[in-house]
Design a protein around this ligand. Structure first.
Ligand SMILES: *Cc1c(COP(=O)(O)O)cnc(C)c1O
Length: 366
């Protein structure tokens, strides 16, 4: 059988979670498991985190479908919808399942007001009001916070007080702008006796004053670094996903011959080419450049030629002893995503999110 697999190390995940708790205490940690837990399998990830020593205190997802799937899988912890509801019809499920929800637009407030008019018996809903601190993505201008809190807290299905949050645009790379965002948030929210949240993974590392009541790590939880110049290992975190395959063929090639579609790489010397059973059909990016490192038998060898749908080629070198069936690591503990991503003009986030369903997922927990 083709052995292309993603091995998900749940004990590494749990250790990362405990490390993040220790790094950010007394803040609480909301585990971000949107986008199928960044491609790791959100039900398995959430179950593992639910069963950690201290237990996770909250999960966050992007859509109500993800949240309902977690509840149906037996997840008991609070779940926050990071983008709130996409229409008023979702409010019924939000209330029934007791999800917490972000509100970032007037339209959402109107839906909520309309919904509340029809309700007599109710369990109140926890709202997180999202403020836009100059990222100009979702959220309200901070100057409106007072009026909005008042308006939302007047809605009878709303639990009081409303919590407050915002988001960094470049905590990985621009400390000055991040500090400015942080002071905008602090100035707008300092007098509210409620829970606040600002820091994503990069904010956790670079903006210690932004931890507030809840930190919101995604990428760090999965053992990858949001910073170009730092590895997750530098923070004591371990990669959770290992994307692996095997050598399916080895062949000698003469100096001057090319490899693969489009002939974009030529051998500079006689060498051995290894064909590896993974391609863009599995989520290995097609635009990975010649020279992208790939781990085989304790060393890194360069990707050569274009990535195909089902396979790719590496230069094993003229003295290669590599054989069919040898293990190949595309990224994982031996080769962090942060090291290969620049060769693909991307970031670790897209690599783990992009692994396709053709890849077999194996969960280990030791
Ligand atoms: C995805 C997301 C996060 C997590 O971001 P990372 O960089 O992966 O830590 C935090 N907050 C919000 C609002 C998000 O959408």
């Amino acid at each position: 059988m083709r052995s292309t697999k993603a091995i998900i190390d749940l004990s590494a995940l749990k250790n990362n979670f405990q490390k993040l708790k220790a790094m950010t205490a007394p803040s609480k940690v909301m585990a971000i498991v949107k986008a199928n837990a960044y491609g790791h399998g959100f039900v398995e990830v959430a179950k593992a985190l639910q069963n950690t020593q201290q237990g996770v205190e909250k999960f966050a997802v992007a859509t109500i479908g993800e949240a309902i799937a977690l509840r149906k899988a037996g997840i008991k912890a609070p779940i926050l919808l990071l983008e709130g509801f996409f229409d008023g019809d979702e409010l019924k499920a939000i209330q029934e399942y007791q999800f917490e929800t972000v509100i970032h637009s007037i339209q959402q407030i109107e839906w909520l007001e309309h919904y509340a008019q029809k309700k007599s018996l109710f369990e109140p809903i926890q709202i997180w009001l999202k403020l836009d601190t100059r990222m100009f993505r979702l959220g309200f201008p901070p100057a409106q916070v007072g009026a909005l809190v008042e308006r939302i807290q007047a809605i009878k299905v709303v639990k009081t007080p409303v919590n407050l949050m915002s988001h960094f645009s470049s905590a990985d790379s621009d400390r000055e702008f991040s500090s400015e965002q942080l002071s905008i948030f602090e100035n707008a929210t300092q007098f509210y006796k409620t829970e606040r949240s600002m820091a994503n993974s990069a904010g956790i590392i670079t903006q210690k004053n932004a931890h507030y009541d809840w930190v919101r790590p995604g990428l760090l939880l999965y053992g990858a670094s949001p910073m170009a110049n730092k590895a997750a290992q530098d923070f004591g975190l371990t990669p959770v996903m290992s994307l692996e395959s095997q050598i399916m063929a080895v062949k000698p090639i003469k100096k001057g011959e090319s490899v693969g579609y489009g002939r974009n790489w030529f051998a500079e010397d006689d060498t051995y080419i290894g064909l590896v059973a993974i391609g863009y059909g599995d989520g290995y990016p097609r635009h990975a450049k010649n020279g992208t490192p790939i781990w085989i038998n304790g060393r890194e060898v360069p990707l050569v030629g274009r990535v195909s749908m089902d396979m790719l080629a590496v230069d094993l070198g003229s003295d290669s002893k590599d054989k069919i069936g040898d293990r190949v690591v595309l990224w994982g503990k031996e080769l962090p995503m942060g090291k290969v991503a620049p060769y693909m003009d991307t970031i670790p986030y897209t690599l783990c999110c992009g692994v396709t369903s053709r890849v077999q997922f194996e969960y280990v927990n030791d």
